[in-house]
Design a protein around this ligand. Structure first.
Ligand SMILES: Nc1ncnc2c1ncn2[C@@H]1O[C@H](COP(=O)(O)OP(=O)(O)OP(=O)(O)O)[C@@H](O)[C@H]1O
Length: 326
Protein backbone atom coordinates (compact mmCIF):
# COMPACT_ATOMS: atom_id res chain seq x y z
CA UNK A 1 0.00 0.00 0.00
CA UNK A 2 1.17 3.54 -0.76
CA UNK A 3 1.82 6.00 2.06
CA UNK A 4 -0.20 8.66 0.25
CA UNK A 5 -2.75 8.19 -2.53
CA UNK A 6 -4.35 11.21 -4.13
CA UNK A 7 -6.96 11.08 -6.88
CA UNK A 8 -8.39 14.05 -8.79
CA UNK A 9 -7.92 16.37 -5.84
CA UNK A 10 -9.44 19.82 -6.23
CA UNK A 11 -9.29 22.71 -3.77
CA UNK A 12 -11.11 25.96 -4.43
CA UNK A 13 -10.95 29.19 -2.44
CA UNK A 14 -14.29 30.74 -3.41
CA UNK A 15 -14.26 30.65 -7.21
CA UNK A 16 -10.49 30.36 -7.43
CA UNK A 17 -9.22 26.85 -8.09
CA UNK A 18 -5.85 26.62 -6.33
CA UNK A 19 -5.50 22.84 -6.91
CA UNK A 20 -6.96 21.63 -10.19
CA UNK A 21 -7.56 17.89 -10.02
CA UNK A 22 -4.17 16.38 -9.16
CA UNK A 23 -3.41 12.66 -8.75
CA UNK A 24 -0.25 11.05 -7.41
CA UNK A 25 1.05 8.35 -5.09
CA UNK A 26 3.88 8.43 -2.57
CA UNK A 27 5.53 5.11 -1.74
CA UNK A 28 6.32 4.10 1.81
CA UNK A 29 9.82 5.11 2.91
CA UNK A 30 10.49 7.53 0.06
CA UNK A 31 11.17 11.25 0.01
CA UNK A 32 8.69 12.83 -2.36
CA UNK A 33 8.99 16.50 -3.31
CA UNK A 34 6.47 18.93 -4.70
CA UNK A 35 8.54 21.41 -6.68
CA UNK A 36 7.02 24.57 -8.07
CA UNK A 37 7.01 28.35 -7.98
CA UNK A 38 5.17 30.39 -5.37
CA UNK A 39 1.44 30.12 -5.73
CA UNK A 40 1.58 26.76 -7.55
CA UNK A 41 -0.69 25.17 -4.94
CA UNK A 42 1.89 23.23 -2.92
CA UNK A 43 0.94 24.52 0.53
CA UNK A 44 -2.76 24.12 -0.24
CA UNK A 45 -2.15 20.45 -1.12
CA UNK A 46 -0.17 19.90 2.10
CA UNK A 47 -2.96 21.49 4.11
CA UNK A 48 -5.51 19.15 2.53
CA UNK A 49 -3.30 16.09 3.12
CA UNK A 50 -2.74 17.06 6.75
CA UNK A 51 -6.51 17.59 7.30
CA UNK A 52 -6.23 21.36 7.87
CA UNK A 53 -8.32 22.11 4.77
CA UNK A 54 -11.23 20.14 3.34
CA UNK A 55 -10.85 19.27 -0.33
CA UNK A 56 -13.48 20.62 -2.71
CA UNK A 57 -13.46 17.36 -4.67
CA UNK A 58 -11.40 14.21 -5.10
CA UNK A 59 -9.93 11.76 -2.66
CA UNK A 60 -6.82 11.62 -0.49
CA UNK A 61 -5.71 8.64 1.58
CA UNK A 62 -2.86 9.35 4.00
CA UNK A 63 -1.27 6.52 6.01
CA UNK A 64 -4.24 4.33 5.11
CA UNK A 65 -6.96 6.79 6.18
CA UNK A 66 -9.24 9.10 4.24
CA UNK A 67 -8.48 12.74 5.09
CA UNK A 68 -12.17 13.71 5.08
CA UNK A 69 -13.71 10.65 6.73
CA UNK A 70 -10.96 9.84 9.26
CA UNK A 71 -9.05 13.06 9.99
CA UNK A 72 -8.15 12.09 13.57
CA UNK A 73 -6.61 8.80 12.47
CA UNK A 74 -4.60 10.69 9.84
CA UNK A 75 -3.39 13.25 12.39
CA UNK A 76 -2.12 10.52 14.71
CA UNK A 77 0.10 9.11 12.01
CA UNK A 78 1.61 12.27 10.57
CA UNK A 79 4.00 15.00 11.66
CA UNK A 80 4.04 18.49 10.16
CA UNK A 81 6.61 21.24 9.96
CA UNK A 82 4.85 24.32 8.69
CA UNK A 83 6.35 27.07 6.57
CA UNK A 84 5.75 29.57 9.37
CA UNK A 85 7.25 28.97 12.81
CA UNK A 86 4.80 27.42 15.26
CA UNK A 87 6.94 26.87 18.34
CA UNK A 88 6.26 29.01 21.43
CA UNK A 89 9.00 31.62 21.49
CA UNK A 90 8.64 32.46 25.18
CA UNK A 91 9.24 28.85 26.25
CA UNK A 92 12.51 26.95 26.21
CA UNK A 93 13.24 24.26 23.64
CA UNK A 94 12.69 21.60 26.32
CA UNK A 95 9.35 23.08 27.42
CA UNK A 96 8.13 23.21 23.81
CA UNK A 97 8.96 19.52 23.42
CA UNK A 98 7.36 18.63 26.76
CA UNK A 99 4.05 20.33 25.97
CA UNK A 100 3.85 18.83 22.50
CA UNK A 101 4.63 15.36 23.87
CA UNK A 102 1.87 15.68 26.47
CA UNK A 103 -0.62 16.73 23.80
CA UNK A 104 0.14 13.41 22.15
CA UNK A 105 -0.39 11.54 25.43
CA UNK A 106 3.28 10.91 26.23
CA UNK A 107 4.60 11.27 29.79
CA UNK A 108 7.16 10.16 32.36
CA UNK A 109 10.48 8.61 31.42
CA UNK A 110 9.30 7.68 27.95
CA UNK A 111 8.72 11.34 27.12
CA UNK A 112 11.97 12.49 28.78
CA UNK A 113 14.00 9.92 26.86
CA UNK A 114 12.39 10.84 23.56
CA UNK A 115 12.99 14.56 24.12
CA UNK A 116 16.64 13.92 24.90
CA UNK A 117 17.12 11.66 21.88
CA UNK A 118 15.41 14.07 19.48
CA UNK A 119 17.07 17.25 20.78
CA UNK A 120 20.39 15.45 20.43
CA UNK A 121 19.42 14.35 16.91
CA UNK A 122 18.95 17.99 15.81
CA UNK A 123 21.97 19.10 17.89
CA UNK A 124 19.98 21.32 20.26
CA UNK A 125 20.42 19.37 23.49
CA UNK A 126 22.95 21.83 24.90
CA UNK A 127 20.51 24.68 24.21
CA UNK A 128 17.50 22.92 25.73
CA UNK A 129 16.98 25.43 28.56
CA UNK A 130 17.25 28.51 26.40
CA UNK A 131 14.04 30.38 25.43
CA UNK A 132 13.29 29.90 21.75
CA UNK A 133 13.17 33.68 21.16
CA UNK A 134 16.98 33.62 21.38
CA UNK A 135 17.27 30.89 18.71
CA UNK A 136 18.38 31.59 15.13
CA UNK A 137 15.97 30.76 12.29
CA UNK A 138 17.85 27.52 11.65
CA UNK A 139 17.72 26.47 15.31
CA UNK A 140 13.97 27.12 15.39
CA UNK A 141 13.46 25.01 12.28
CA UNK A 142 15.52 22.20 13.86
CA UNK A 143 13.38 22.39 16.98
CA UNK A 144 10.23 22.20 14.85
CA UNK A 145 11.61 19.08 13.17
CA UNK A 146 12.45 17.47 16.54
CA UNK A 147 9.00 18.32 17.85
CA UNK A 148 7.25 16.87 14.82
CA UNK A 149 9.01 13.54 15.44
CA UNK A 150 7.95 13.11 19.10
CA UNK A 151 4.95 10.91 18.39
CA UNK A 152 6.91 8.85 15.83
CA UNK A 153 4.88 9.74 12.76
CA UNK A 154 4.74 7.39 9.79
CA UNK A 155 4.74 10.31 7.39
CA UNK A 156 6.39 13.68 7.87
CA UNK A 157 5.19 16.73 5.93
CA UNK A 158 7.72 19.53 5.51
CA UNK A 159 6.44 22.71 3.85
CA UNK A 160 9.45 24.60 2.44
CA UNK A 161 11.75 23.26 5.18
CA UNK A 162 14.70 25.53 4.38
CA UNK A 163 13.04 28.72 3.17
CA UNK A 164 14.96 31.78 4.27
CA UNK A 165 17.89 29.82 5.75
CA UNK A 166 21.55 30.28 4.85
CA UNK A 167 23.25 27.62 2.68
CA UNK A 168 25.13 25.99 5.56
CA UNK A 169 22.00 25.61 7.68
CA UNK A 170 20.07 24.31 4.67
CA UNK A 171 22.69 21.60 4.14
CA UNK A 172 22.38 20.69 7.83
CA UNK A 173 18.61 20.34 7.57
CA UNK A 174 19.03 18.18 4.47
CA UNK A 175 21.26 15.86 6.53
CA UNK A 176 18.53 15.47 9.17
CA UNK A 177 15.93 14.76 6.50
CA UNK A 178 18.13 12.06 4.92
CA UNK A 179 18.83 10.58 8.35
CA UNK A 180 15.10 10.40 9.15
CA UNK A 181 14.47 8.50 5.96
CA UNK A 182 17.42 6.15 6.39
CA UNK A 183 17.46 5.54 10.14
CA UNK A 184 13.74 5.65 10.81
CA UNK A 185 12.39 4.47 7.47
CA UNK A 186 10.03 7.43 7.43
CA UNK A 187 8.02 8.63 4.44
CA UNK A 188 8.73 12.30 3.82
CA UNK A 189 6.60 14.65 1.74
CA UNK A 190 8.20 18.02 1.20
CA UNK A 191 7.37 21.10 -0.78
CA UNK A 192 10.03 23.37 -2.15
CA UNK A 193 10.67 25.98 -4.78
CA UNK A 194 14.42 25.30 -4.54
CA UNK A 195 15.52 23.05 -7.37
CA UNK A 196 18.70 21.98 -5.61
CA UNK A 197 16.66 20.90 -2.59
CA UNK A 198 14.39 18.68 -4.68
CA UNK A 199 17.37 17.28 -6.53
CA UNK A 200 19.49 16.65 -3.42
CA UNK A 201 16.78 15.06 -1.33
CA UNK A 202 13.92 13.60 -3.27
CA UNK A 203 13.59 10.07 -4.58
CA UNK A 204 10.78 11.35 -6.78
CA UNK A 205 9.61 14.83 -7.69
CA UNK A 206 6.28 16.17 -8.88
CA UNK A 207 6.58 19.51 -10.64
CA UNK A 208 3.58 21.67 -9.90
CA UNK A 209 2.49 24.79 -11.72
CA UNK A 210 -0.80 26.73 -11.60
CA UNK A 211 -2.52 24.05 -9.51
CA UNK A 212 -1.53 21.12 -11.75
CA UNK A 213 1.17 18.46 -11.71
CA UNK A 214 2.92 18.95 -15.03
CA UNK A 215 5.56 16.21 -14.68
CA UNK A 216 6.58 13.52 -12.20
CA UNK A 217 9.59 11.25 -11.83
CA UNK A 218 13.12 10.99 -10.48
CA UNK A 219 15.37 14.00 -11.14
CA UNK A 220 17.08 11.96 -13.88
CA UNK A 221 13.79 11.00 -15.52
CA UNK A 222 12.62 14.60 -15.46
CA UNK A 223 15.87 15.82 -17.01
CA UNK A 224 15.45 13.35 -19.83
CA UNK A 225 12.31 15.25 -20.81
CA UNK A 226 14.59 18.06 -21.94
CA UNK A 227 16.12 15.61 -24.37
CA UNK A 228 19.82 16.24 -24.40
CA UNK A 229 23.03 17.16 -22.63
CA UNK A 230 25.09 19.91 -24.16
CA UNK A 231 28.84 19.66 -24.83
CA UNK A 232 30.93 22.72 -25.70
CA UNK A 233 34.24 22.13 -27.49
CA UNK A 234 37.13 24.37 -28.42
CA UNK A 235 38.78 22.68 -31.40
CA UNK A 236 41.88 23.05 -33.50
CA UNK A 237 40.70 22.02 -36.93
CA UNK A 238 39.67 23.25 -40.35
CA UNK A 239 36.33 25.03 -40.15
CA UNK A 240 34.49 22.45 -42.29
CA UNK A 241 35.65 19.59 -40.02
CA UNK A 242 34.49 21.19 -36.79
CA UNK A 243 30.96 19.83 -36.85
CA UNK A 244 31.70 16.25 -35.92
CA UNK A 245 29.24 13.67 -37.20
CA UNK A 246 28.26 10.44 -35.47
CA UNK A 247 25.05 8.64 -34.49
CA UNK A 248 25.35 9.74 -30.84
CA UNK A 249 25.48 13.43 -31.84
CA UNK A 250 21.96 14.79 -32.17
CA UNK A 251 22.87 18.27 -33.21
CA UNK A 252 25.91 20.44 -33.84
CA UNK A 253 26.29 24.20 -34.08
CA UNK A 254 29.27 26.48 -34.54
CA UNK A 255 29.01 29.32 -32.06
CA UNK A 256 30.00 32.93 -32.77
CA UNK A 257 32.84 32.66 -30.22
CA UNK A 258 34.42 29.84 -32.25
CA UNK A 259 33.30 27.01 -30.00
CA UNK A 260 31.24 24.05 -31.15
CA UNK A 261 28.05 23.08 -29.38
CA UNK A 262 26.95 19.45 -29.55
CA UNK A 263 23.63 18.02 -28.35
CA UNK A 264 24.00 14.46 -27.06
CA UNK A 265 21.78 12.16 -25.01
CA UNK A 266 24.37 11.55 -22.31
CA UNK A 267 27.48 13.71 -22.13
CA UNK A 268 29.42 11.47 -19.72
CA UNK A 269 28.99 8.47 -22.03
CA UNK A 270 29.61 10.48 -25.20
CA UNK A 271 32.89 12.11 -24.21
CA UNK A 272 35.21 9.09 -24.69
CA UNK A 273 33.59 8.40 -28.07
CA UNK A 274 34.01 12.03 -28.99
CA UNK A 275 37.75 11.93 -28.27
CA UNK A 276 38.15 8.85 -30.49
CA UNK A 277 36.10 10.47 -33.26
CA UNK A 278 38.15 13.67 -33.11
CA UNK A 279 41.39 11.74 -33.32
CA UNK A 280 40.18 9.73 -36.32
CA UNK A 281 39.22 12.97 -38.08
CA UNK A 282 42.48 14.73 -37.29
CA UNK A 283 40.70 17.24 -35.05
CA UNK A 284 42.43 18.39 -31.88
CA UNK A 285 40.23 19.03 -28.81
CA UNK A 286 41.64 21.96 -26.85
CA UNK A 287 38.89 22.38 -24.27
CA UNK A 288 35.70 20.58 -23.23
CA UNK A 289 32.86 21.68 -20.98
CA UNK A 290 29.45 20.14 -20.69
CA UNK A 291 26.13 21.11 -19.27
CA UNK A 292 23.60 18.61 -18.02
CA UNK A 293 20.02 19.87 -17.97
CA UNK A 294 18.98 21.15 -14.56
CA UNK A 295 15.50 20.96 -13.08
CA UNK A 296 15.24 24.61 -14.03
CA UNK A 297 15.80 23.58 -17.67
CA UNK A 298 13.01 21.02 -17.18
CA UNK A 299 10.61 23.65 -15.84
CA UNK A 300 11.62 25.98 -18.67
CA UNK A 301 11.09 23.19 -21.21
CA UNK A 302 7.62 22.41 -19.84
CA UNK A 303 6.31 25.91 -19.18
CA UNK A 304 8.49 28.33 -21.13
CA UNK A 305 9.25 30.08 -17.82
CA UNK A 306 11.89 29.72 -15.11
CA UNK A 307 10.97 28.81 -11.54
CA UNK A 308 13.32 31.43 -10.18
CA UNK A 309 11.68 34.16 -12.29
CA UNK A 310 8.55 33.85 -10.28
CA UNK A 311 7.70 34.87 -6.81
CA UNK A 312 11.07 36.36 -5.96
CA UNK A 313 9.36 39.41 -4.61
CA UNK A 314 6.72 37.31 -2.90
CA UNK A 315 9.48 35.38 -1.15
CA UNK A 316 11.15 38.53 0.09
CA UNK A 317 7.76 39.83 1.29
CA UNK A 318 7.09 36.53 3.08
CA UNK A 319 10.47 36.60 4.77
CA UNK A 320 9.94 40.18 5.94
CA UNK A 321 6.51 39.26 7.33
CA UNK A 322 8.02 36.29 9.11
CA UNK A 323 10.83 38.38 10.57
CA UNK A 324 8.27 40.91 11.85
CA UNK A 325 6.25 38.19 13.52
CA UNK A 326 9.34 36.99 15.38
N1 LIG B 1 -6.80 31.25 1.97
C1 LIG B 1 -6.73 31.56 0.68
N2 LIG B 1 -7.69 32.26 0.06
C2 LIG B 1 -7.63 32.55 -1.25
N3 LIG B 1 -6.61 32.19 -2.07
C3 LIG B 1 -5.60 31.51 -1.51
C4 LIG B 1 -5.61 31.15 -0.11
N4 LIG B 1 -4.46 30.46 0.15
C5 LIG B 1 -3.80 30.38 -1.02
N5 LIG B 1 -4.47 31.01 -2.01
C6 LIG B 1 -4.06 31.10 -3.42
O1 LIG B 1 -3.98 29.78 -3.93
C7 LIG B 1 -2.86 29.65 -4.79
C8 LIG B 1 -1.96 28.53 -4.29
O2 LIG B 1 -1.38 28.95 -3.06
P1 LIG B 1 -0.39 28.01 -2.23
O3 LIG B 1 -0.01 28.74 -0.99
O4 LIG B 1 -0.99 26.68 -2.09
O5 LIG B 1 0.83 27.94 -3.23
P2 LIG B 1 2.31 27.42 -2.96
O6 LIG B 1 2.72 26.71 -4.17
O7 LIG B 1 2.38 26.70 -1.68
O8 LIG B 1 3.13 28.75 -2.81
P3 LIG B 1 3.86 29.26 -1.48
O9 LIG B 1 5.11 28.48 -1.37
O10 LIG B 1 4.07 30.71 -1.81
O11 LIG B 1 2.91 29.06 -0.34
C9 LIG B 1 -2.18 31.00 -4.83
O12 LIG B 1 -2.64 31.69 -5.98
C10 LIG B 1 -2.67 31.69 -3.57
O13 LIG B 1 -2.73 33.10 -3.76
Amino acid sequence: MSAIEVEDLVKKYGDFEAVKGISFRVKRGEIFAFLGPNGAGKTTTVHVLTTLLRPTAGRAIVAGHDVVKEPIAVRRKIGIVFQDPSVDRELTAYENMLIHGRIYGLSGNELKEKIERLLKFVELWEFRDRPVKFFSGGMQRRLEIARSLLHEPEILFLDEPTIGLDPQTRAHIWDYIRAMKEEQDMTIFLTTHYMDEAEQLADRIAIMDHGKIIAEGTAEELKKLVGSDIIYLKLQAREELKCLKADFIRGCRLLPDGRVRLDVENAAESLPRLFELAERNGVKILEVTYHRPTLNDVFLHLTGREIRDEGGEQNVAKMIMRARRR
